[in-house]
Design a binder for this molecule. Structure first.
Ligand code: ADP
Ligand code: MG
Length: 732
């Protein structure tokens, strides 16, 4: 079979594929929700009361788990898992490569009698030393000292996938440095909890803990499995490096929120059954803007759990997609010319007394608290502008940011007209005007207009803003669809924690100087409102005027991804992370190193795949077609004579020439790219190498593609080997 006939076979198979229906688990969703999770209900059932209570104490107060308790927990957990069919267990962790890692071990242990017994010892539950020397560590772990430990994160419950008991763990080096996303995430959650609780005490003595909540929205693409198989670029890089636009794509806006195709519905239902059984509270599903693009969102949860759930969802999505003859694409920009995929991280802070600190309150006190937190978040995003961008930057997300469909590569905050008006009003008031003492509630806020509990701005959402206030939370929209949400959440929580500590210091100084608490709070908030103004932007983030304006305002406008990573190792970043105890200098350096290395590798792979496709797929086919035309023209000349042929075959001759031009250009640009790659590969320093890949290699991709896509338009469709955009998009 030729490559082009393979293409037609796959197109035909895709057209004929029927929806796969999967029988749901028995009962209602509320009955099978969390069935495969070792949650409190399962713990109560499978653990002795005192074991259960000790474990609960660890989960809620981070008390260390004794060996005795661990052994008892392991016994109960193993029994529970085996009843669900588990035969193996794994420490499930989140390495810096992205994705999740697992190494399965069977429960069985040999007995002295020569038999086997199912075992799970407490020590194996708590800690393991996977031979994971091949995970990137940015030099944190030399291979001769390749010890990395995975340690149980008891705050996130264990779960069963297929026949494996998965134990969520952190992954740390022998010397205690984080080698993963989870460890710094947990540290950042503690940091923000402590700093926020301290500030809450100005308003309510009873607050002891503040939770960070995350509600992610996951966008993704589906492609038919057969067509995917026929596209080496999709298989190896997750995106199409070549391919002319489909005549129809998203311009009719007929996909967004449209009826979900039946094959996709089959997939979604199946995925939701799986997710619900794993305790992921999935709620929303819909078509997204681009053809073949969809979204799934759960109800928000505590950030560590929500993040584990997002990682788990991405993992099971891939598996479920295969059952439906789909492949799921989590790449930020799988197809040129149509929207890419992001992950919106909805984030808020809430107290253990049940107050959402980012929701307007009912009383003046609650509103001063709300404004306090809101303004501190603004300050954090303002001051850590570049770091926030570094947290979501990658080779893949770069295609999406600033590409007129997603937030630009400048981090600003959208507040909406009502909240903006409140802040402007406060900024213009004196403390006497703003805070009127007396009355039952202690004080009134004269300067603050009434803040409705349900904000109307909820509806006039600004889609172009990377960080938008949406009524009772912020939505960080610049996160990439394939990202680990923790990257963004570590940065945001650390920046906010650091900011809240500085805020408290400033307020306390004023109180010590004899000011009333409310006045002190108000005055610091007011100075912050003035200071962080440059980060507030409600206009069109796509416009060129904004780019110029943002630069004037001093916001971080760098667009080169390797240079954006410099922010991670700046002295300010080091000081910030150190002040909240989230990451030390070595850990930050390691992260930057891994990011540069990953950037280089991604571009390197794309360069190789593109080079191969051009040389052995595109050029041969285009040449063959050109040769066919030449043959025809030569024969016509023989038959009709030169002059007559020039008229009769004018179009063919022009086409031969145009194919020749594009062939030559594609070939020589590819040669140049290969040379640039060779030069870049010689560079040892990871940062310099990534910069070279960005500046000298990646810049060829679009130029080469331009010529190939032109060829795709004119070369005989029968010869073309790669499935075309209009064939891959539009699932029936
Ligand atoms: P939209 O697409 O309009 O932005 P969705 O309903 O798809 O909204 O998703 C909103 C997400 O925000 C959901 O995951 C939801 O649970 C989450 N969310 C709602 N309130 C909060 C909150 N206070 N803190 C964090 N996340 C929240
Ligand atoms: Mg959203």
């Amino acid at each position: 079979m030729t490559m082009s006939s393979l293409r037609f076979k796959m197109v035909e198979a895709a057209i004929n594929r029927k929806a796969v229906t999967v029988t749901p688990p028995e009962g209602r969703p509320s009955e099978y929700f969390g069935r495969k999770v070792f949650d409190k209900e399962a713990m109560r059932k499978y653990l002795q009361k005192k074991t259960y209570e000790a474990l609960l104490d660890t989960m809620e107060h981070n008390t260390p788990l004794s060996r005795e308790v661990a052994d008892a927990v392991a016994v109960g957990m193993k029994q529970w898992a085996m009843e669900l069919g588990a035969t193996h267990y794994t420490h499930w962790f989140q390495p810096l490569t992205g994705g999740t890692a697992e190494k399965h071990d069977a429960f069985v242990e040999p007995t002295v009698e020569g038999g086997m017994i199912e075992e799970l010892a407490g020590k194996l539950l708590i800690q393991q030393e996977p031979d994971a020397s091949s995970f990137p560590s940015g030099g944190l772990r030399n291979t001769f000292e390749a010890r990395g430990y995975s340690a149980w994160d008891a705050t996130s419950p264990a779960f069963v996938v297929d026949t494996t008991l998965c134990i969520p763990t952190v992954f740390i080096s022998y010397t205690g440095e984080a080698l993963d996303y989870k460890a710094p995430l947990l540290r950042s959650l503690t940091a923000v909890s402590e700093a926020a609780a301290e500030v809450c005490k100005y308003f309510d003595e009873n607050v002891t803990k503040v939770f960070s909540y995350l509600g992610w929205e996951q966008e993704y693409f589906l492609v038919d499995a057969g067509l995917y198989a026929a596209r080496p670029d999709l298989r190896l890089t997750g995106r199409t490096l070549l391919g002319h636009d489909s005549a129809k794509n998203q311009q009719l806006e007929d996909h967004y929120f449209g009826a979900i195709p039946s094959r996709v519905m089959g997939f979604m239902k199946d995925l939701e059954y799986e997710a619900l059984q794993l305790g992921i509270p999935v709620k929303t599903r819909h078509n997204e803007v681009a053809p073949n693009q969809f979204e799934l969102a759960p109800v928000y949860e505590e950030a560590n759990l929500a993040n584990d759930h997002n990682q788990l969802l991405m993992q099971i999505m891939k598996k479920v997609a295969r059952r439906h003859d789909f492949r799921v694409l989590l790449h930020e920009k799988p197809f040129k010319g149509i929207n890419g995929s992001g992950k919106h991280n909805n984030w808020s802070l809430g107290t253990d007394t049940g107050i959402n600190l980012l929701a307007p309150g009912k009383t003046p006190g609650e509103n001063l608290q709300f404004v306090t937190f809101l303004v501190n978040v603004l300050m954090a995003v303002y001051k850590r502008n570049g770091l926030m961008k570094a947290s979501i930057s990658s080779a893949t997300n770069a295609h999406r940011l600033g590409a007129n469909e997603a937030p630009p590569a400048i981090i600003s905050v959208f507040l909406g007209s009502q909240i903006s008006a409140v802040l402007d009003r406060l900024e213009a008031s004196t403390s006497e005007e703003a805070i009127v003492f007396g009355g039952k509630s202690g004080f009134k806020m004269g300067g603050i207009p009434h803040i409705p509990e349900l904000l109307l701005d909820n509806t006039d959402r600004n889609r172009t803003s990377p960080f938008a206030f949406t009524g009772n939370r912020f939505e960080f929209r610049a996160v990439g669809s394939s990202d680990n949400c923790a990257g963004a959440m570590i940065t945001l929580n650390s920046a906010v924690a650091c900011q809240l500590k500085e805020f408290k210091k400033a307020v306390d100084a004023k109180i010590a100087a004899g000011e009333k608490t409310e006045t002190a709070l108000f005055e610091v908030v007011k100075s912050y409102i003035a200071e962080c103004k440059p980060v507030r932007f409600d206009g069109n983030g796509y416009s060129d005027e904004w780019k110029a304006e943002a630069a004037r305002r001093g916001l971080d406008c760098e667009t080169s991804v390797p240079l954006i990573f410099d922010r991670l190792v700046s002295p300010e970043a080091e000081a910030m992370y150190a002040s909240v105890g989230v990451m030390n200098k070595v850990e930050l350096e390691a992260r930057a190193e891994v990011k540069w290395e990953t950037y280089t590798k991604k571009i390197q792979i794309e360069g190789r795949v593109l080079g191969d496709l051009v040389m052995n797929r595109v050029l041969p086919v285009a040449s063959r077609y050109q040769a066919e035309l030449l043959d025809k023209v030569f024969k016509m000349e023989k038959l009709f004579g030169s002059d007559r042929c020039k008229t009769l075959a004018a179009r063919d001759i022009a086409l031969i020439e145009s194919i020749g031009v594009h062939l030559e250009a594609a070939q020589s640009l590819t040669d140049e790219m290969v040379e640039a790659r060779k030069r870049a590969n010689k560079i040892e320093n990871e940062r310099e190498k990534a910069i070279a890949y960005h500046d000298t290699v990646a810049e060829y991709f679009d130029k080469i593609r331009y010529h190939v896509d032109k060829l795709e338009c004119v070369v005989d469709n029968e010869l073309w080997t790669l499935p075309k955009y209009y064939e891959m998009l539009f699932i029936r």
